[in-house]
Design a protein around this ligand. Structure first.
Ligand SMILES: Nc1ncnc2c1ncn2[C@@H]1O[C@H](COP(=O)(O)OP(=O)(O)OP(=O)(O)O)[C@@H](O)[C@H]1O
Ligand SMILES: [Mg+2]
Length: 477
């Protein structure tokens, strides 16, 4: 079905066309009409299938740019996601002149107050900062008619719940609530329904929770062997863009430093960095100044970075939902991707649990040897030669080549050149602090938590206890 079959403003159709969207994705086809008629809605569809536009189009259609009040708010679990969502909505609203402003922690509040002078119709926010603005009366929500919780299960979990309640108290009773996520565990859905009026559930049925374009593998490995094996795998895969997930902030710091030491273009991101640093790192990754992003779960949800070809779970995620979102950073909008998950012997039951929840089995892979890594890098060197032969400007080198080959046999000349451009597997010794394995849970505790754990934000928890329910996780990103 085409967007033009929706009864929406022509300026929005024009914007969508400019964005390169032709057909609606299944979640858009099902959710947009329900949202347009004003119903509350729980939308669930796999990662990378266009949920942002599924709420972005209705919110933009509803918005009246001449009304100076905020008419819709979108709440997201991370700052980067608040920014990304506002960018997509500004694209959709470009010709209708519907302005969306992002509001998030870590950025100078005065700067945000200034950007609010643009009189946005829509605000895309992280909960804490939105509450700050409400308290300062720099944002008023008395004309809000539509509320979106993106990554709804995450938002209703892990201590965000009190902030969400406090925000909802500021909004007139007559409002529409739209919830979206790729995962919606039942207890969270039941909780969500308390916030909604006869919500319609729009779920894109699929056999598995993860998309089929992502090839999923696991590797059984001892903790202390992980790093050498990781770099060998990187040498073989030579990913265009990869995200490596680590369990803790310390882990991410150590891992990104260690990768840099071995000559990889890696950068780390987690919640203890300043927002300026987080922005800088993400920009370097998007600009391809770095092709490896090492991250905590702060980058697990919603981020849409094009051509992430590989996701590596260096440490097993805390729960199956986190796994689904992490690997969902690849294989987006129909593209292919590969996800590799490292699992230590005692963590095998967690892997089985993930497979059970995602209804998708992972294929076991063997740790590659040094020789295989070397062959991977040699192949990459060969490919770069072939590519340069086709596309590079090599005229100025041809005379030099002729002279070389006049005086020498071709094979040693080429072998020497290949050796020079091959990045041989680097075995620089590095030491990572061992992470304790996830503990086996007898039963998954999924009860949503009510106490507000935002207070704990910023504390660098050294070790996570998997027997605790996973709500605390976000505060350790
Ligand atoms: N109808 C469409 N046609 C083509 N591309 C689309 C369409 N809708 C969305 N996209 C693109 O698909 C990508 C994924 O979209 P989006 O980020 O909204 O996915 P999502 O379902 O929210 O994923 P996640 O669960 O990870 O948050 C984006 O790059 C977006 O621009
Ligand atoms: Mg999304």
């Amino acid at each position: 079905m085409k967007f033009s079959e929706l009864n929406i403003n022509d300026t929005i159709l024009k914007a969508i066309e400019k964005m390169g969207f032709k057909e609606m994705s299944p979640i858009q086809e099902k959710a947009i009409p329900v949202a347009l008629k004003g119903s509350d809605l729980i939308g669930q569809a796999q990662t990378g299938t266009g949920k942002t536009a599924a709420f972005g189009v209705p919110l933009t259609e509803f918005a009246d740019p001449l009304n100076k009040a905020v008419q819709s708010i979108i709440i997201t679990p991370t700052r980067e996601l608040a920014i990304q969502v506002s960018e997509e909505l500004n694209n959709i609203g470009r010709y209708k002149k519907v302005v969306t402003v992002p509001v998030y922690g870590g950025q100078d509040i005065q700067k945000q107050i200034k950007s609010l002078k643009k009189r946005p119709s829509i605000i895309s926010a992280t909960p804490g900062r939105l509450l700050d603005h409400i308290k300062r009366r720099t944002i008023r929500l008395n004309e809000v008619r539509h509320v979106v919780l993106d990554e709804a299960d995450e938002m209703l979990n892990m201590g965000f719940i009190d902030d969400i309640r406090a925000i909802l108290e500021q909004i007139p009773d007559e409002h529409q609530t739209l919830l979206f996520s790729a995962t919606m565990p039942k207890p969270i859905r039941l909780l969500a329904e308390q916030f909604m009026k006869n919500p319609e559930t729009v779920k894109i049925q699929s056999k598995t929770l993860t998309v089929s374009q992502i090839e999923q593998k696991y590797l059984a490995i001892k903790e202390r062997e992980k790093f050498d094996v990781l770099t060998r795998i990187l040498d073989i895969h030579t990913p265009e863009r990869a995200i490596i997930f680590g369990r803790t902030k310390r882990r991410v710091d150590e891992l990104s430093n260690a990768l840099q030491k071995r000559g990889y273009r890696a950068e780390g991101i987690h919640g203890d960095l300043t927002q300026a640093r987080r922005d800088h790192v993400l920009r370097r990754f998007k600009n391809n100044n770095a092709n490896i992003l090492v991250a905590t779960d702060v980058a697990a949800r919603g981020l849409d970075i094009s051509n992430v070809t590989h996701v590596y779970n260096f440490d097993l995620p805390q729960d199956p939902e986190s796994y689904v979102h992490r690997i969902g950073r690849t294989g987006r909008a129909g593209k292919k991707g590969l996800a590799v998950t490292f699992v230590t012997p005692s963590e095998m039951p967690h892997l089985n649990e993930i497979e059970k929840v995602t209804k998708q089995s992972m294929e076991q892979m063997q740790p590659p040897s040094y020789e295989e890594a070397l062959r991977g890098q040699q192949k990459a060197a060969l490919e770069s030669i072939m590519e340069t032969m086709e596309t590079g400007d090599i005229e100025n080198y041809k005379g030099l080549a002729e002279n070389l080959l006049h005086d020498n046999d071709s094979i040693p000349v080429i072998a020497a050149a290949l050796k020079l451009i091959t990045k041989e597997p680097d075995t620089t010794p590095v030491k990572l602090t061992a992470e304790s394995p996830l503990r086996v849970k007898k039963e998954r505790k999924r009860k949503p938590q009510r106490n507000n754990q935002r207070r704990n934000r910023g504390k660098n928890v050294r070790r996570q206890d998997a027997s605790k329910s996973y709500k605390k996780r976000v505060h350790q990103h």
